[in-house]
Design a protein around this ligand. Sequence first.
Ligand SMILES: Nc1ncnc2c1ncn2[C@@H]1O[C@H](COP(=O)(O)OP(=O)(O)O)[C@@H](O)[C@H]1O
Ligand SMILES: [Mg+2]
Length: 370
Amino acid sequence: MRQKQVIGILTWREGQRFSEPDYLRRLVKAGWKLGAEVYLFSHQDVNTKERKIKGFTPKAGGGWESKWFPWPEVVIDRYRRRVPQYMRLRHSGLFDFANSPFSKKWRVTKLLAEDQRVSRWVPETHVYKKGKVMAMLRRHPLLYIKPGNGTGGRSILKVAAVGKQYQLQGRDKQYGKHNIRVENAVAVENWVKRWVTKQRISDGNFLVQQGLDLALIPNRVADVRLLIQKNEEGVWDVTGCAVRMGTSGSATSNLHGGGKAISFPQFMVKRFGEESAPRIQRECHTMAHQIAQTLEEKFGRMMEFGLDIGVDVSGRAWLIEVNPKPGREVFRQMGDRKTYELAIERPIQFALQLAKAGSGKQEKQRKEVV
Ligand SMILES: Nc1ncnc2c1ncn2[C@@H]1O[C@H](COP(=O)(O)OP(=O)(O)O)[C@@H](O)[C@H]1O
Ligand SMILES: [Mg+2]
């Protein structure tokens, strides 16, 4: 009988506390269903000398069970904190990862803005420095100032021209709401200077970005969450697409901020009509494929991306953000079970396919040749 493929999932844990326990529980179970040996592990669980790992699996009825497992043939990296122990392990060459390490938001945005294949979807973006805000206000009536490393909607500031004045709106680190009006661009520049100093996150630049008018519903922000993944043949495919709607009066649509998820086609038909909706959908899919391909060329093998896409009031699609370790809860929230289940199966299918092809050996050979 052929042996089971062994897939490890690298994640943060403290005691029996995992980040995203619900998703990871489902991921392991999806792997079992597909006939693989799957377990979770964190940086502290690796015994390099004996080449074995103290892995974790879900117990029936809740909780986790831990035991020694054989070395994984392929590892899915789901670690979302950049702690040194993780970084060391990630770059140690000990594992064959299904997904390559990725860069921070501002680097990725810069890279995409400079690539002709995809630049048309990227709003004008600069790393924050003195004078940038005023310069950008001369070019755009709406700006977003946001941390260059992602924060789930925190520390993001929206600046909108209102007549000769400017409205500033955002949430700080503690989710505290700010909403003020200032007289002129100089005042905006000064306010933003204080904001980036106060909000500064240890390793982060801030970005000054052309703002998109996403008020597809009055007084609300709506944007699109698209999940593109490698399918069981290793080919990029859009798994699903949803619309996220922010709470009334909020500058962002993030679900943590209390937004909700709704069906993409239904929403687009209602807002832009039967004729335009399929065009917008095609545009989002084309964007996703081009971006996945471009990023994979730059960063090495990837497995999935979550794209935050803004469809502005004129129906034009823009890239807001690329998430290399995306959530998939939007599909569940929207009640689309089938897409949700597929979104969980696909990473495992891809890892399995790599394991069967002995991808580790191939990757190493390729690196030695280069
Ligand atoms: N340039 C922009 N124009 C309009 N809305 C934006 C822009 N940038 C961000 N947003 C809003 O803020 C949200 C969060 O921004 P994002 O860049 O995705 O950061 P995070 O890492 O916090 O998710 C987006 O989902 C969108 O609703
Ligand atoms: Mg985002």
